[in-house]
Design a protein around this ligand. Sequence first.
Ligand code: ATP
Ligand code: MG
Length: 138
Amino acid sequence: MPQRTFSIIKPDAVRNGYTGAILAEIEKAGFQIISIRKQSISKAQAEGFYYVHKERPFFDSLTTFMSSGPLVLMVLEKDNAIADLRALMGATNPANAEEGTIRKKFAGSIQENAIHGSDGAETAAFEIGYWFAGYELI
Ligand code: ATP
Ligand code: MG
């Protein structure tokens, strides 16, 4: 059954000119792009998005990074989209990312790690609704 997930091409990857290459990996893996938008976000918007991490020591640094330049927000769809995107992304720390994953190919550090993907169905629902209106998802 088709499932939707939420993804971000993070500011490091956009800055490094990897937007097209990452989109190609995503499409090659069988995802449909339901909605996509390039924009910059504020620190407050980043803090709201990552509120589950607000007690983590890297919260300030992470939200500063995420608001440091344009990024690409996407809603993606395929069978098993949430788990399959996590597998395609690779480990959070690119040093541990499996060969062939997006983070192995395009990420520079544990913080500046090129891509975000929702980690579960509830998270995906929150994240899609945080960035996209219903009329953008038809
Ligand atoms: P994401 O949520 O972005 O898809 P993830 O689920 O693999 O990545 P999380 O543990 O949810 O990783 O962390 C969220 C993000 O916070 C990471 O993607 C990374 O950008 C940043 N981050 C995680 N751990 C660290 C750390 N130890 N130092 C700095 N930044 C970190
Ligand atoms: Mg996460």
